[in-house]
Design a protein around this ligand. Structure first.
Ligand SMILES: *Cc1c(COP(=O)(O)O)cnc(C)c1O
Ligand code: SF4
Length: 450
């Protein structure tokens, strides 16, 4: 029902970006079923983001024209009636195989399973509508607020958590609505960090983006502006010189983008990230863990390494929200923990995102890690590292126990927590073997040559 309310809120929003609303009844481009398909569109059109927006695949008929193999999948019509579909020609052209084993296909093409919900799922699992002091503004954390600037995206992710808002109507925020938000921000100077989200704010025309950013910048207490956008991934030609010049006027502006798989880091997407990074925009990435798409340690490792190479810092790895239509894409929490276990020690820290569960009832994001603290005593905290080495850290004021020999004592975690043993090292530790090899003369205190 909040859903309806939300829609009403959007109804009187006046700014209708001319020429952006999909009008692709006679799609100009044809694409065969293979990766090397020929797209009969002049490059000047292909590289024009407005052309890409106008020619998004929005209906079942258009989908079948592009992927004739889907002719037998009439049931998809019902899915897209419920949860709208939009795929930019650019993104569709990156599909290699017309089935759900292709990550780009699975992220963008509806699946019949979307219609089979478990009772745990809801329209607004994060209860964002309950934290909206003014329409279009979610204020949950004290110092941060989130602006829902548009209901439009260039592509509708099948796993989207804001399906209740996105896609059905495609509207950008009005100047009037923005004024109300600015008023709220002025009366709440504790808000220093504003996230412009949606929908995808970078699908709005330059003039609206400029209006939103300048409104936010007019509030002296707003220090940082963040934009959440999947445009660098699914519509990279949108990152134009003009757009970048608008964004850089309002620095500090951070952009969090949304790559889910390394297959999305195409030359075009990488160039879009480079244009933003060159304009001084710090880039982060938010990935959603999705079954059959990226729920493996190796896939996440590859994605994160690739992001860092492109100056994009992996920020969050999300557990899938409990939103309707995603049951078939949800993974278990333990899969995320397994991935974090795999990453630490193997991949540099800048390539390791924080795994978070955005919990139900608006509890917000909760970071989740494997357990690294094994035990504690008055004097020592006992950790284990990624290798399984168990080692203690002395609390302030702790004097080492001069290696008491307790005859009845066996070496165990308690002994480490009591300061009797300093560590327990797995026998086959390769790092220690390397130490012995590289510096055979060094033993004893300085580096525990074992
Ligand atoms: C995620 C989120 C934020 C930002 O949280 P960070 O942890 O600072 O990235 C702010 N507001 C809402 C409602 C959010 O969902
Ligand atoms: S870009 Fe974001 S808001 Fe838009 S469909 Fe994807 S997840 Fe949802």
């Amino acid at each position: 029902m909040f859903n309806r309310k939300d829609e009403k809120v959007q109804e009187d929003q006046s700014v209708e970006p001319p020429g952006i609303i999909a009008d692709n009844t006679d799609s100009l481009w044809e694409k065969s079923n293979s990766a090397e398909s020929v797209i009969s569109v002049p490059l000047s059109k292909w590289n024009d983001w407005r052309w890409q927006m106008r020619n998004r695949i929005r209906s079942y008929e258009q989908l079948v024209r592009v992927f004739p193999a889907l002719k037998q999948r009439k049931e998809l019509q019902g899915v897209m009636n419920k949860y709208p579909m939009a795929i930019t020609p650019y993104y569709a052209s990156k599909i290699q195989e017309t089935n759900y084993s292709d990550p780009i296909f699975a992220l963008s093409v509806p699946h019949i399973q979307e219609l089979y919900d478990s009772a745990c799922l809801s329209d607004d699992p994060l209860e964002e509508h309950c934290d909206m002091p003014v329409p279009g503004l979610v204020h949950r954390y004290r110092d941060r607020a989130l602006v829902i600037a548009t209901t439009m995206c260039s592509m509708y992710c099948r796993h989207c958590t804001r399906k209740r808002i996105t896609g059905m109507r495609e509207n950008s925020i009005s100047t009037r609505r923005m004024k109300q938000i600015v008023e709220y921000l002025r009366s709440h100077p504790e808000i220093t960090d504003v996230i412009v989200s949606g929908g995808d704010p970078l699908t709005m025309p330059d003039s609206v983006i400029d209006m939103v950013l300048s409104s936010l910048r007019s509030v002296p207490s707003v220090e940082v502006i963040r934009i959440g956008s999947r445009v660098p991934v699914v519509l990279p030609m949108r990152i134009t010189e003009e757009l970048v010049n608008i964004i850089r006027k309002y620095h500090p502006v951070w952009i969090n983008t949304h790559f889910n798989h390394s297959a999305e880091l195409t030359p075009e997407a990488r160039a879009a990230c480079a244009r933003l990074a060159d304009a001084g925009v710090p880039l982060g990435n938010q990935t959603v863990l999705l079954k059959g798409i990226n729920d493996s340690p190796q896939i996440i490792e590859k994605l994160c390494r690739s992001l860092v190479r492109n100056r994009v810092r992996p920020y969050y790895l999300y557990q899938c929200d409990l939103v309707r239509g995603v049951e078939h894409l949800r993974t278990s929490v333990r899969k995320g923990i397994e991935i974090m276990e795999y990453m630490r020690g193997r991949v540099g820290g800048i390539a390791i995102p924080t795994f978070v569960v955005d919990v139900p009832h608006g509890g917000g994001k909760i970071p989740v890690l494997p357990n690294y603290i094994i035990s504690m005593s008055e004097s020592y905290t006992v950790f284990r590292n990624y290798e399984g080495m168990i080692v203690s850290y002395p609390e302030p004021g702790t004097e080492p126990v001069a290696h008491l020999i307790m005859p009845e004592s066996q070496s165990g975690v308690w002994e480490v927590s009591a300061g009797i043993d300093e560590m327990i090292m797995p026998e086959k530790n390769k790092r220690m073997a390397r130490r012995r090899e590289n510096s055979p003369g060094v033993t004893g205190d300085s580096c525990n040559g074992f």
